[in-house]
Design a protein around this ligand. Structure first.
Ligand code: SF4
Ligand code: SF4
Length: 81
């Protein structure tokens, strides 16, 4: 499952530089996560690092992009070869 930044985001830019997959960028109003690049940090970290650094806990699981651990690992391999 990719993660999702809610509209509560305060655009503090803490998460963007920490993402190992370059999945976070500034969107129309707030920061956004590209579901094709977010692996929930599988392959890099034990926990999603964006969630760890977000000061207001506005990053949630994206119900529209449900993936298993194996699928997330496949995505990691695809991204990083
Ligand atoms: S969970 Fe990891 S890969 Fe996904 S957006 Fe956050 S930092 Fe990037
Ligand atoms: S760390 Fe949280 S509040 Fe800051 S830009 Fe990222 S999602 Fe938004």
């Amino acid at each position: 499952m990719a993660l999702l930044i809610t509209d509560k985001c305060i655009n503090c830019d803490m998460c963007d530089p920490e993402c190992p997959n370059q999945a976070i960028s500034f969107g129309q109003k707030v920061y956004e996560i590209d579901p094709h690049r977010c692996t929930e940090c599988v392959g890099h970290y034990e926990q999603p690092t964006c969630v760890s650094v977000c000061p207001i806990d506005c990053i949630i699981k994206d119900p529209a992009h449900i993936e298993s651990e194996a699928q997330l690992l496949e995505k990691f391999v695809r991204l990083h070869g």
